[in-house]
Ligand binder design. Structure first.
Ligand SMILES: [Mg+2]
Length: 191
């Protein structure tokens, strides 16, 4: 039915799992949802735009996943100089100019990691690029609030577009304080 198609479109934007910070995503959690590979955005997911290189928290997170046998690739819409410098120490498979929400680079990353769609998740901070890119090919979307969002009109508009999907997630899974970034709020015991 046509209507179901409409619903599927919406579902391509709603996060499957949300976290306050990337480093709260543990190997144990990933394994519990059957994930052994993560395709991760960089900007505002792992580090703010102006942070050129990974800090100890990022390195420790990458290490903990790797040591647990979980593969990681960086899939960024930013350009090669940014991605290569950020990845210099990490040495992960990394894809600049990935063209998210298009699926091409995600499929390539999974192919080169040697993993299937069924065992991979997409991590990012934007629903219209990261969540959509992953979800329309069947990857669960792990979403974090942006570390330090851009404040220009275009970005504010994009965040405004995300609100109904964050609200939908919060209604289903519970409201967390850091969701206030999207300017949604809930009464905890709303009847
Ligand atoms: Mg981002």
């Amino acid at each position: 039915m046509r209507n179901e198609g409409t619903n599927d479109m919406k579902d391509n934007f709603t996060p499957d799992y949300m976290f306050g910070h990337f480093y709260e995503i543990t190997p144990a959690f990933l394994k519990s949802i059957g994930v052994r590979a993560v395709l991760s955005d960089i900007d505002n997911t792992l580090a703010p735009y102006e942070q050129d290189e990974p800090d100890e928290r990022i390195r420790a997170w990458v290490r903990s996943l790797s040591e647990s046998g979980i593969k990681i690739a960086l899939v960024s819409n930013n350009h090669a100089p940014r991605v290569e410098l950020f990845n210099r120490e990490l040495g992960l498979l990394a894809y600049p100019d990935s063209g998210k929400p298009k699926k091409k680079t995600l499929l390539r990353a999974m192919r080169e990691l040697g993993v299937s769609i069924e065992e991979t998740a997409m991590l990012g901070d934007q629903l219209l690029t990261d969540a959509w890119a992953g979800k329309h090919i069947g990857l669960p979307a792990l979403i974090v609030p942006p570390i330090k969002d851009k404040t220009n009109l275009f970005f504010r508009f994009k965040r405004w577009c995300e609100r109904p999907f964050i609200r939908k997630y919060a209604k289903k899974n519970g409201y967390e304080e850091w969701m206030a970034f999207w300017r949604i709020s809930f009464h905890k015991e709303k009847v």
